[in-house]
Ligand binder design. Structure first.
Ligand SMILES: *Cc1c(COP(=O)(O)O)cnc(C)c1O
Length: 404
């Protein structure tokens, strides 16, 4: 009998929608002695990542990098631009939108929530109607989650931009891209976003520990008059130090080595190819879910997430018991249902360092786990996914190998 703490043979399948699997190239890049963060070697690294990260956000403007989880970058977005008592418009797309709203409340802001059913994305028409009604421009910001990781629903950020413009409203637009950046097309500049919030541990393929604010000129101007208390999160000191390749406090040096490598990897593949890869894997995953006869949580076809898929459990079956079965038998972690969805859904992460066979292995574990856990559904999901992958095979992996 295997000992309880025996080393499990083969790799753990970390198929939660973040943190994601860290590729060997990035692990090796971080395996480096920590250097003097006030010395020339660090300065070169900082300049490289501060410039290199901009194209990932599709921006020409500054990107602030914090040593923190993504939640810190949420806080930074708000405290740099807003004042005590400011009203902000938020949209209840799911668990993460709800957490961001709570954070805003704790900071002394007055978030107004457009209610949602956790199965749809942001309704831009509702945002426009609310902004048109706000004749006195009391609302200072619109804050949305691009890819709601708790539900697997992506919102149309460009449509929200158009809604704000159609209402001729001056509110700032802030977008959480923690589970979409580097996986789903996202354009900070072209979509007129004022603050983009991101994190290291999802599409960027890094361990947890870095967060980001991409900042527009309008957001920088708002920061001049904003009166919420801020110190650690202040953009001003950060940006003036960054201009010469420095940080105002000790940066997460080894994560920055990893970030430099991640940027190289995304740029070598090409962002369009990265987005297409994620779209294809998401489509194959949905084909599997349909073949199993299970229900997707997302009810909006245009909003299907390319980075994860949330699947509803049949009534009377516990998603967490199923996930425990999968972990026990196949050494794979799937995402749990969060708060209101606890026990009701499981989430398959298919983002980051991920290819066709990672997907086939992942779906194989799900299919076998469903049967072992006695969940009523059909077999054949893996086959359905493979049919999609075969029909849309690009040869990209082979081409990449040959080029190396
Ligand atoms: C993961 C996630 C967060 C939380 O990020 P932390 O790094 O855990 O603070 C927030 N928003 C979204 C959309 C996420 O996916």
């Amino acid at each position: 009998m295997a000992r309880l703490n025996a080393h499990p043979s083969g790799r753990h399948f970390l198929q939660i929608p973040g943190p994601t699997n860290v590729p060997d190239r990035i692990l090796r890049a971080m395996d480096h002695p920590t250097i003097d963060h006030r010395g020339p070697e660090f300065q070169a690294l900082a300049k490289r990542v501060l410039a290199g990260v901009r194209p990932i956000f599709q921006t020409r403007g500054p990107v602030v990098i914090y040593p923190s989880s993504g939640t810190g970058a949420w806080e930074a977005a708000l405290v740099n631009t807003l004042s005590p008592g400011d009203a902000v418009l938020m949209v209840e797309t799911g668990h993460f939108a709800t957490l961001w709203k709570k954070l805003a409340e704790r900071l002394g802001l007055q978030p107004e929530f457009i209610a949602g059913d956790w199965r749809h994305g942001v309704d831009a028409a509702q945002v426009e109607a609310r902004l048109r009604a706000d004749k006195g421009h009391a609302l200072k910001a619109v804050c949305i989650v691009h890819n709601e990781t708790s539900t697997g629903v992506t919102s149309d950020v460009a449509a929200v931009r158009r809604a704000i413009d159609a209402a001729a409203h001056p509110a700032l637009l802030m977008v959480d891209t923690i589970s979409s950046l580097g996986s789903i097309d996202y354009r900070h500049d072209a979509w007129g976003v004022d603050v983009t919030v991101a994190g290291s541990q999802k599409g960027l393929m890094l361990p947890p520990g870095l967060s980001f604010n991409a900042v527009s000129d309008k957001a920088l101007a708002a920061a001049k008059g904003a009166r919420l208390p801020r110190s650690y999160w202040g953009w001003d000191e950060m940006l003036s130090a960054n201009a010469n390749g420095w940080f105002p406090f000790t940066p997460a040096t080894n994560l920055l080595y990893g970030l430099a490598e991640a940027i190289d990897m995304l740029m070598e593949e090409g962002l369009d190819a990265v987005f297409a890869r994620h779209a294809r894997h998401a489509e194959a995953t949905r084909a599997a879910v349909r073949a199993w006869g299970l229900e997707l949580l997302c009810l909006d076809e245009a909003g299907y997430s390319n980075s994860l898929t949330a699947v509803l459990m049949p009534a009377g079956h516990d998603a967490d018991a199923f996930r425990a079965t999968v972990l026990q038998h196949f050494n794979m972690s799937l995402g749990q249902g969060l708060t209101r969805l606890a026990g009701k859904v499981f989430r398959i992460g298919h983002l980051g360092d991920f290819n066709d066979l990672t997907l086939v292995g992942t779906l194989g574990g799900v299919e076998m786990g469903l049967a072992l856990a006695g969940v009523p559904c059909r077999q054949g999901g893996v086959q359905a996914a493979m049919d999609v992958l075969r029909a849309t095979a690009t040869g990209a992996a082979a081409v990449r190998r040959a080029a190396e």
